[in-house]
Write a protein that binds this ligand. Structure first.
Ligand SMILES: NC(=O)c1ccc[n+]([C@@H]2O[C@H](COP(=O)([O-])OP(=O)(O)OC[C@H]3O[C@@H](n4cnc5c(N)ncnc54)[C@H](OP(=O)(O)O)[C@@H]3O)[C@@H](O)[C@H]2O)c1
Length: 212
């Protein structure tokens, strides 16, 4: 008999990588929940994407990273929480940790990582400062004793290749580090969606990092 699929909550599911992870969760048959701010939940350009996705149903739950009750209520309904909030919200993930600690039902938490491993980028600015909140959240998860997986996936191809990883086009100047032969790693966002959902459910990735 097939085992029951875990229920997955994505916080930040309307965002750039969040959409791919929501789509992968539905595609792999997981009952999928997305915590969406009320202002965004009434915006078709934000939530239209979730309608008619192939696979399991995607349920929209209204809530906010800064609304404790909404986090607790959403987290109680699922087995796994995946955060894909953006750079400005990384530090506020302490609120998710507090809610998970309170409900006590979560089998796995995946914080918003999905880039370089902050433990390996400790000296190069501005990356070090930008990644510092990810390090702090890792420490808070461990201190709270919450089961976790960290997805470290280098660069999203669709995000960084069109601009050659520059902050904004036009591309008038490119800095090449080293002798120009240093390898970079670029990943396809849909693949990261699938690997993230598989890792979230895999006993081998419990309390570990997944590198792609
Ligand atoms: N590897 C790479 O190349 C790469 C590139 C970019 C990002 N990343 C990483 O990927 C992760 C996600 O970044 P992203 O660019 O995909 O994020 P994003 O597009 O900025 O999306 C942020 C998400 O967080 C939601 N959000 C914002 N404030 C919220 C609040 N108060 N309560 C609940 N939800 C809130 C947004 O909802 P609304 O729709 O309501 O605003 C949106 O869904 C980050 O850790 C980032 O560092 C990696």
């Amino acid at each position: 008999m097939a085992s029951e699929k875990s229920k997955i909550l994505i916080i930040g599911g309307t965002g750039y990588i969040g959409k791919h992870i929501v789509a992968a969760s539905a595609k792999l048959g997981h009952p999928t929940f997305v915590l969406v701010r009320p202002s965004s939940a009434s915006d078709p350009s934000k939530i239209g994407f979730f309608q008619g996705l192939p696979g399991a149903e995607v349920k929209i739950l209204h809530g906010d990273l800064n609304d404790h009750e909404s986090l607790v209520s959403a987290i109680k309904q699922v087995d796994i929480v995946i955060s894909t909030v953006g750079g400005l919200q990384l530090a506020d993930q302490v609120n998710i940790i507090a809610a998970i600690k309170e409900t006590g039902n979560i089998k796995r938490f995946l914080p918003s990582e999905f880039g370089l491993d902050p433990e390996r980028v400790t000296k190069i600015e501005p990356a070090a400062s930008a990644l510092a909140p990810k390090l702090a959240i890792r420490q808070a998860i461990k201190a709270a004793g919450i089961p976790y997986t960290l997805v470290s996936n280098n660069y999203f191809a669709g995000y960084s290749l069109p601009t050659l990883a520059q902050a904004s086009p036009p591309i008038d100047k490119i800095t090449i580090f080293g002798d120009g032969n240093t390898k970079g790693v670029f990943v396809v966002e849909d693949d990261i969606g699938i690997y993230t959902i598989k890792a979230a459910n895999d006993p081998r990735t419990l309390n570990k990092k997944l590198y792609t």
